[in-house]
Design a binder for this molecule. Structure first.
Ligand SMILES: Nc1nc2c(ncn2[C@@H]2O[C@H](COP(=O)(O)OP(=O)(O)OP(=O)(O)O)[C@@H](O)[C@H]2O)c(=O)[nH]1
Ligand SMILES: [Mg+2]
Length: 341
C-alpha cells in the first residue's frame, strides 16, 4: 500500500449522499456559506459527477464530497459506483480520515420511490453495518411540511425505511435549511472516530475488484437480470423475423429496427459488466504514485491529496480561488467564507 503519513495534517472527509433532489448540493452550499456547487432547479438529476468542496468544520480541515444519486437520469449506476469507489479508495490510501456520511431525504416525500429504495440499498452495501454509527440520516425541507405531519413521517422513517440503520447506530436529525443547522450537523460528525467502510475493506484490504465487492455484486446482479431480459427479447424478435412472409416489408423493417435497438441495449450492459471488473485499489495506488512523483516533494500532503482527488472527481471553479489560503491555514478570520471571495 502507498500509505502516506498524515501525522502533521488533520485532513478529514465527509460524504453527502441521497437521492436526486434530496438537497445534497443545497446542504453543502449552506455549510460553506456560499453557492459553490450547482443546485438543481428541476426534477432532473443535477450533480452529474462527485464534487470536492473543502471546508473548515469546528476547526478541522475537511473535504466534503457531493455525490450524484443512484438511478440518475444521465449516468449509469456502474459509473456512479465507480466514481464513489475511486474517491473512497483514494481517501483510504492517502490516509485522509473518513468521519462519516450524511444521508439526506426529503421529509416532503409521501412514498419511497424505486430510486429512493435503490439508492438506500446501494448506500448500505457501500457502508456495511459497522459504519452505520457514523451515518447521520438527515431529513430536509422542513419548512414545506406541517410539524405534526413531519413528525409522523419521521417516525415512519425510523420504524420502517431507516429501521436497519437506526438499529445499527445511525443518528436521525433534521436539517432546517440554514447555515447554522448545516454546521451543527457536520460538527457532530467531525468529532467521531474515523471509520472504514465495507467497500474500502474489500477493495484496499482484501484486494477485490469492484465487481467482487458487495456493492459491485448488487449492481452486477441487476445487470445480469437486464442482460437475460434483452437476450430473450432478441431471440423473440429473431423468431418473429423468421416467421414473417417475404412480402411483409414494413413489418420486417420495424422488427429489424427493434432488433438493433435491443442489441445496442445489450451492448451497453456488457460494457458496464466489463467496466465493473476493474482493480480499483491498484489503479488508485498508481494514480497516487504518479501524482506523488510530481507534487509531494515540493509542496506536501494537501496539494497531493487535491491532485489525486482532482484527477478522479470534480472540483468546483469557486474552490480553486481560495485553496492556497485554506491549505496553509491562513483563511483570514478563521472562517471558511473568505476562501471564495
Ligand atoms: N428551501 C429549501 N430548498 C431546498 C432544500 N434542499 C434543497 N432545496 C432546493 O431543492 C432543489 C434540489 O436541491 P439540490 O441540492 O440540487 O439536490 P441534490 O440532492 O443535490 O440533487 P442531485 O444533484 O440531482 O442529486 C434546489 O433548487 C434546492 O435549492 C431545503 O432544505 N430548503
Ligand atoms: Mg446535487
Amino acid at each position: 500500500m502507498v500509505k502516506i503519513s498524515t501525522e502533521d495534517e488533520d485532513l478529514n472527509m465527509l460524504m453527502v449522499m441521497g437521492v436526486t433532489g434530496a438537497g445534497k448540493s443545497y446542504f453543502i452550499n449552506q455549510l460553506v456559506g456560499k453557492k459553490i456547487v450547482e443546485e438543481s432547479d428541476s426534477l432532473h438529476s443535477c450533480t452529474q459527477q462527485c464534487q470536492l468542496v473543502p471546508a473548515t468544520i469546528a476547526g478541522h480541515k475537511t473535504l466534503i464530497i457531493d455525490t450524484p444519486g443512484f438511478d440518475d437520469s444521465k449516468r449509469t449506476d456502474t459509473e456512479i459506483l465507480t466514481e464513489i469507489a475511486n474517491v473512497l479508495t483514494a481517501q483510504y490510501e492517502l490516509g485522509v480520515k473518513l468521519k462519516g456520511i450524511i444521508y439526506l431525504h426529503r421529509i416532503t416525500d409521501t412514498r419511497y420511490q424505486s430510486s429512493a429504495i435503490k439508492t438506500l440499498q446501494m448506500f448500505q452495501k457501500i457502508c456495511g453495518s459497522d459504519a452505520m454509527k457514523n451515518v447521520t440520516l438527515c431529513t430536509t425541507r422542513w419548512s414545506e411540511v406541517g410539524a405534526n405531519l413531519g413528525a409522523k413521517r419521521e417516525k415512519q422513517l425510523k420504524e420502517d425505511f431507516w429501521a436497519y440503520m437506526v438499529h445499527n447506530g445511525s443518528a436521525m436529525t433534521r436539517f432546517y435549511g440554514d447555515e447554522d443547522s448545516a454546521r451543527t450537523i457536520a460538527a457532530q460528525i467531525i468529532c467521531k472516530n474515523t471509520i472504514v467502510l465495507d467497500i474500502q475493506k474489500e477493495l484496499s484490504e482484501e484486494g477485490l475488484n469492484l465487481n467482487e465487492t458487495t456493492a459491485g455484486q448488487f449492481i452486477g446482479n441487476n445487470l445480469q437480470d437486464l442482460e437475460k431480459k434483452y437476450r430473450e427479447e432478441l431471440s423473440d424478435l429473431e423468431e418473429m423475423k423468421q416467421k414473417l412472409r417475404e412480402n411483409d416489408r414494413a413489418m420486417r423493417l420495424q422488427i429489424q429496427q427493434d432488433w438493433e435497438n435491443e442489441k445496442e441495449r445489450l451492448r451497453r450492459i456488457q460494457e458496464q459488466q466489463v467496466s465493473l471488473e476493474q482493480p480499483t485499489a491498484a489503479n488508485i495506488r498508481q494514480e497516487i504514485t504518479k501524482k506523488r512523483g510530481k507534487l509531494d516533494k515540493i509542496m506536501g500532503f494537501l496539494p497531493l491529496a487535491f491532485g489525486v482527488f482532482g484527477a478522479l472527481i470534480g472540483i468546483p471553479p469557486g474552490v480553486t480561488v481560495g485553496i492556497t489560503n485554506w491549505m496553509t491555514g491562513d483563511d483570514g478570520n478563521g472562517s471558511f467564507f473568505d476562501l471564495f471571495n
